[in-house]
Design a protein around this ligand. Structure first.
Ligand code: ATP
Length: 348
């Protein structure tokens, strides 16, 4: 395992700027996710880190060693891709043994390492099957085992779960995290699924148009997004038209400070408050706050999302406990209030 750094990367494909002044540090033994919409440059960053793609500019370092000119095969990297990439003509066990054999490890050592890893991924009884005899989740487990059995300096995971159904995805997600922690492998995980990134990462990096907008602990990216683009991409967000005056914003009849991370354009007089569903409360009647009518509720288990229509016509969602949401049936007149003290605002 290593401390990994990518410094001032730039990569263009014709007129497309895939990476633009992109720098990233992955602390030794930690799992960092790159999160962002399709085409924002996540895979390009991962492929450069793997040595599969040459950047136009920038350096890659493992610890204090510059590996920019080191070919992929010598970077000591384990990779798992979205598409199951096992050798189809080899059993699961032979797939996992492959990397150790090419390293000319002694047969008894190979046996021990491979036995151990099958134990860890819980696929001992399937090890003699061929890939076509394994489910998608099992194949990705074998791919993970094959990537980590060589004890790589860095593990690269490129959307490894996106072809799996929801239940298997969640299971394997937890398993990846467990194995990554157990082995202490420095890992880069690329995904466009924010829940996936938030759940398993030490840090989440949010990308947009080739740039890294913010990288921090999941909770901080969620609670204190660096700007409205990050706020909109990570977690659900209500967008409510508001009036601003100086450093204050008026929302539902109350005045709040404008959050410092807001993006206000001086030339615009159309502004949106960006408020998370759990940062709003509802009360019955219209005594105070913004007047609204309940449209419907979405039951999520322990919690519910109550969808309401403000008198202005804007539809928003409020996150309540499932029990509390029972008080607000469809058609009920309610008032909405925001929790302060600051509100994030973006100009349109
Ligand atoms: P996705 O989540 O859809 O995989 P991504 O964030 O991984 O997207 P990249 O694959 O890194 O995005 O692509 C970034 C940009 O570079 C995109 O506009 C893409 O079309 C472009 N691009 C990537 N690879 C090439 C290539 N080999 N030739 C031309 N353009 C490319």
């Amino acid at each position: 395992m290593s401390l990994v750094t990518m410094v001032n990367m730039r990569k263009e494909f014709g007129k497309t700027v895939a990476l633009d002044d992109f720098s990233l540090t992955i602390p030794e033994g930690s799992l960092v996710s790159l999160l962002g919409p399709s085409g924002c440059g996540k895979t390009t960053a991962l492929r450069i880190l793997a040595g599969l793609l040459k950047p136009d500019k920038g350096r890659t370092m493992f610890d204090s060693v510059d590996v920019s000119a080191t070919p992929a095969s010598q970077r000591d990297i384990g990779m798992v891709f979205q598409a199951y990439s096992l050798f189809p003509n080899m059993s699961a066990r032979s797939n996992v043994e492959f990397g150790l054999r090419t390293r000319k490890m002694a047969a008894d050592q190979i046996k021990k390492k491979v036995d151990d890893i099958f134990e860890i991924i819980g696929l001992g009884e399937h090890q003699n099957k061929y890939p076509f005899q394994l489910s998608g989740g099992q194949q990705q487990r074998v791919a993970l085992a094959r990537a980590i059995v060589i004890r790589p300096k860095v593990l690269l995971l490129d959307e490894p779960l996106s072809a799996l159904d929801a239940q298997v995805r969640n299971q394997l997600r937890d398993e990846i995290r467990r194995v990554q922690l157990e082995f202490g492998i420095t890992t880069l995980f690329v995904t466009h699924d924010q829940e996936e990134a938030m759940t398993i990462s030490d840090q989440v990096g949010v990308m947009h148009q080739g740039r890294l907008l913010q990288i921090d602990k999941p909770q901080i990216v969620y609670d204190l997004p660096a700007n409205p683009i990050v706020a909109r991409f990570v977690g659900a967000m209500n967008e409510i038209p508001v009036q601003i005056g100086g450093s204050k914003v008026t929302l539902f009849g109350e005045t709040f400070d404008i959050a410092p991370r807001s993006q206000l354009s001086p030339s615009s007089n159309s502004h949106l408050a960006l408020v998370r569903p759990e940062a709003l409360t509802l009360s019955r009647g219209t005594s105070q706050g913004g007047r609204a009518t309940v449209l419907r509720s979405s039951f999520l288990g322990a919690t519910s999302l109550v969808h309401v229509k403000l008198d202005s016509g804007t539809q928003i969602s409020v996150h309540l406990s499932a029990h509390a949401a029972l008080e607000f049936p469809a058609g009920q007149t309610v008032s909405v209030q925001a929790n302060g003290p600051q509100i994030l605002v973006a100009s349109q």
